[in-house]
Design a protein. Sequence first.
Length: 433
Amino acid sequence: MSKVALSTALMEAAKTWQKIKEGSSIDGALGQIKGEIKPAVQSLVYAVARRRVLTQWILRKLASKPPKPLLSSLLEVAFAQAVLGEKKPFTVVDQTVRAVKKDPSLANAANFANAVLRKFLREQEALVAEAMKNDEVKFNAPAWWIKKYRLIFGKDADAVLALQQKHPPLVLRVNRRRISPENYLKKLEENGIKDALRVGQDGIVLLSPRPVADIPGFLDGEVSIQDAGSQLAAQILNPSDGMLVLDACAAPGGKTGHLLEMADVDLTAIEKDPVRAKRIGENLGRLDLKAEVRVADVGDVASWNVEKKLFDRILLDAPCSASGISRRHPDIPWLKDLSDVKSLAKTQAYLLDKMWSILAKKGRLLYAVCSVMPEEGIDQIKEFAASHPDAKLVPFKGAPEGWIRLSPHEDSPDLEFIPWVRDGFFYALFEKI
């Protein structure tokens, strides 16, 4: 981790975990942590987030009555570390008890914490085995989420749910304006990184993740971090030199950069959040690429498209449930529910209609969501096509019907267009006739 004492990191992680259980996102809660302690806290928080239901189940089993919220969170963080097994059990117990003793509000609970943790270590194998008989524990997801996945994926649902519990790989997108994927692989080998594999057209998987600053060529704009499934967006839209392109809902700018790497286009990127919009500029600066970045509500077309431009290509990466990326964001199943999915589907329909109004004749719009929910995918585009007679679906590689739902996936490496390791996405390509 770092030079920060584990007991200090455990308590900070417990406070952060408490905020997440109360409804904050992981990103939002961790965003408040500053300084050298952050990497340690982040590691602890993600470990417990990936074992949320298990650790809460264990605490209910071992404590006769619920401890104070902060102590509950601290014990859950400790249970996650014990299950993870990367630290010696004695160290986990010792440092957790130290954390309890250092906090004035918990100091009299040190003996209780010590007893609970030691009991867990003695009975860990049997307790975890019993817990794993429960689907919510096994898949670290609420019952409604599991039921929905089984309706969507049928016999493959449990495999998809299990995959989403695994730590995701680090995937890079190679900037072909700077270097080819083949030559970048050679560069990695020259830097002692030999466990890298190709994925999709422009992707490289690093099987041993490392800090961004340690990735060869990253600071020079040779590569960006972007999931292989996400990289398909620019490839499907496939812009050509001279086109007028709109990237709606563009932050943090990964797809924006990819579009600009592919062709010399006149690109406008829209983002409502000024902080996230700033990140687009920072990412493009590292890549030495240029776009017109505007802070605006993309649905309020009149406010930002004062020139009344008609675009040749539009990427609508719409707000969604993010159900396809819970492998990277294990808090997502608890941040959304079915009512959110339905509400988001209305927003998506609204944005599709608005973007269609500024698409040029024979122009193409790619509808994209990092979701596997049918309300946000196939149901959405069927309704759109039915209400827009001037819209036709355009087949693309791997999608003869003009749309594709990609489940979260990891399999044997190959060089197919559809990546062998990826998050979950839905894509539909429309042309205005």
